[in-house]
Each structure stands twice: as C-alpha cells, then as structure tokens.
Design a protein around this ligand. Structure first.
Ligand code: HEC
Length: 198
C-alpha cells in the first residue's frame, strides 16, 4: 500500500467514525440480571406475629438492609434461602482507580445463627451495632449506613432487632474484611465518584 492510499484509508476510517454518532457509554455493556425490590419474608419463629416483629419487618424492607446483607443482591439474583445471611460479594470503600487494592467489607450474616450470625449477641449489642456501628467485630466501616441509622428511635431499632431475632438462622460465614492495600480475590462492588480523564 502506498503512503497516499494508506492516508486515504485512514481518512475514510476517521470520517466513518465521526459519522457514527455520539458516544453512548452504555453501548459497551449488557445488563446483568437487574435487581429489583425484594419483599421481606415474614419472620417464622415463635412470637413472629408480635407487633414489634411486624414493624421490624416493615422497617427492614423500607430501609433495604437486604440489598447489602443478602447473597446475590449486590450482583446477580438474590438468594432468598439466604435472606439477610450475609453477602459473599464485598463492597470496596476506597476508590479502586486510585488504590490498586482497596479495602473491602462484606455485609455480615445478621440471622440468629450462633456460629456465623448474631445468635449469641444480646439485643443491646445488635441495636448498638445498628445505631453506632460498634458490635462484636469492632466498629463497622460506615459502608454499613449506621451514621444514618443513629437517628432510629428506640422503638424502631428494637422492632428491627425483634424481627432479626425471629428469622430462621442460616449458617453462612462471609469472608473477613480485607484491609486497604491487601489483595483479595473475592468479588466486590465499589461505590465511587468518577470524573472523566479526557
Ligand atoms: C449499603 C450496605 C448496607 C446496608 C443497606 C445495611 N448494611 Fe449492615 N452492614 C454492612 C456491611 C458492609 C457490614 C460490615 C461492616 C464491616 O465489616 O466493617 C454491616 C454490618 C452490620 C452489622 C454488624 C454485624 C456483625 O457481625 O458485626 C449489623 C448488626 C448490621 N449490619 C445490620 C444492618 C441492618 C439491620 C440494616 C438495615 C436496617 C443494615 N445493616 C443495612 C452493609 C450494609
């Protein structure tokens, strides 16, 4: 190919690209099972029909605890058989574009399972973790929206605890927190604000 014909071919390509219309960033993506609202199943253990547990269910559904705390809810399809039993997919809490290995936290199992959930926690400990982030695993990273939940009234937080207590216990251990700078092979999503570099 002569230099002249190469130039003509490049020019043609350039013109075609220019005619292709405006760039739509979603063109290169396909949707992966969009997650919609999940309704909270009724608690099943004794006392589940108590007014507190009913209100707790209503609040858990309203606030969307399950969108983080249920496997498959962050990505894929919610595992309703593991409702509120923690997520294998973590959430990164620093910007992965800036930090190669961001810290990752895993929404924990909040069903009353003794070994992997909140079975051995007192009501006060659970209510404390929801409103102040402080529980048996230290201070929860504020990916868990406890700074917002700090405003829950005593009645409401106790209602949430009453509902959680009456869920069927599910044995499911989620991965441990991964500190910033440590590499993880676990899946994670990240919340971040991005600005185009171009
Ligand atoms: C945006 C995601 C998200 C939402 C919404 C959310 N959480 Fe969490 N939660 C987390 C993460 C992540 C952790 C673990 C944080 C850590 O390890 O530092 C956590 C931790 C907890 C813990 C501490 C458990 C333990 O074993 O240490 C409790 C209790 C809890 N959440 C209850 C709730 C309840 C109840 C709701 C709804 C009222 C809720 N969470 C909503 C993400 C979330």
């Amino acid at each position: 190919m002569t230099t002249k014909s190469l130039f003509a071919a490049l020019l043609l390509l350039f013109m075609l690209a220019a005619c292709a219309g405006t760039y739509d960033p979603t063109d290169d993506y396909e949707s992966v099972e969009p997650v919609t609202m999940m309704s909270a199943p009724a608690a099943r253990s004794p006392g589940a029909s108590s007014d507190a547990a009913k209100r707790g269910r209503y609040l858990v559904e309203l606030v969307g605890c399950a969108t983080c705390h249920t496997d498959g809810a962050l990505v894929g399809k919610p595992r309703m058989d593991r409702w509120l039993a923690g997520s294998q997919v973590g959430i990164a809490y620093s910007n992965p574009l800036e930090v190669d290995n961001p810290g990752v936290v895993f929404p924990r199992n909040i069903t009353p399972d003794d070994e992997t959930g909140l079975g051995r926690w007192t009501d006060e400990e659970i209510a404390g973790a929801i409103r102040t982030g402080v529980g048996r695993h230290g201070v929860a990273v504020p990916v868990m929206p406890w700074p917002a939940f700090a405003k829950l009234s005593d009645t409401d937080v106790n209602a949430i605890v009453a509902y959680l207590r009456r869920l069927p216990p599910v044995s499911h251990k989620v991965p441990d927190r991964v500190a910033k700078g440590i590499k993880t092979n676990e899946l994670y999503v990240h919340f971040g604000v991005y600005r185009s570099r171009r």
